[in-house]
Each structure stands twice: as structure tokens, then as C-alpha cells.
Design a protein around this ligand. Sequence first.
Ligand code: AMP
Ligand code: ZN
Length: 118
Amino acid sequence: MVETRDPDCLFCKIAAGELNTPFLVETDDVVAFADIAPQAPTHVLVVPKRHISSASALNGDDAGLLSELVAVANQVAKEQGVDQSGYRILTNVGDDAGQTVHHLHLHVLGGRPLATLG
Ligand code: AMP
Ligand code: ZN
């Protein structure tokens, strides 16, 4: 059984509307909101309402949710006007990747050329 809510989790609180964070997109299962410390002109986080610690905790039952997360990321990119110039969708898993909030989130970054990885 997958947890639905972690009482100590920042993104659970944000997704539940408890911090009055403005949502750029909201669906039944997903919210998108601006990153508080943007690394690019467009920097939006796409977050499932259900608590999932990271992408490593996803399984086959979550295929629909993962598809929705990507669809919302693409919608955000379009609404932010970066769909033609290009954007990056990324998610950090664990310490070496720099994951600081242990609730799954997709970063949507764009609006300037982004450094290549590696
Ligand atoms: P990560 O390092 O991949 O776990 O990403 C966590 C992201 O959450 C960082 O980019 C932070 O700037 C962002 N963040 C932390 N607190 C908030 C908040 N209250 N509202 C919006 N974004 C936040
Ligand atoms: Zn959470």
C-alpha cells in the first residue's frame, strides 16, 4: 500500500493547498507551482498530490500518474511559452542527485539555453 500523505512533507502540504501556493495547473492528481528558487526564467515543479518519495518508488501501477505528470509538464512549458525554444524535464533521486524534498517532483526548466549534462 502506497502512502497517500506524509504529515511532515512540505510538498504534501503545498499540494493540499495548505500553504496557499498559487497553482499554475491543477488536475485531480497533480499540481504545478513555481519553484521558490528558480534556476531559469521558467522553473516550475510538477508534483503528484499523493506522497511518493521519489521516482525510485514508482511502479507499474503508477503508469497513468507518470503520464499525467509529463502531460502537465508539457502543458506548463506551452503556457510559459518555452515549448518551441525547448525545455528540460528532470527529477532528482537521492543524495548524489541533490534531491532535497523527498516527495516526487518534476522540474520544468526553460527560457534560456541550459547546460548540457556530463
Ligand atoms: P530537489 O532538490 O530536486 O529536491 O528540488 C526541490 C526544489 O524545491 C528546489 O528547486 C527548491 O527550490 C524547491 N522548493 C523548496 N521549497 C519550496 C517551496 N516552498 N515552494 C516552491 N519550491 C520550493
Ligand atoms: Zn509528500
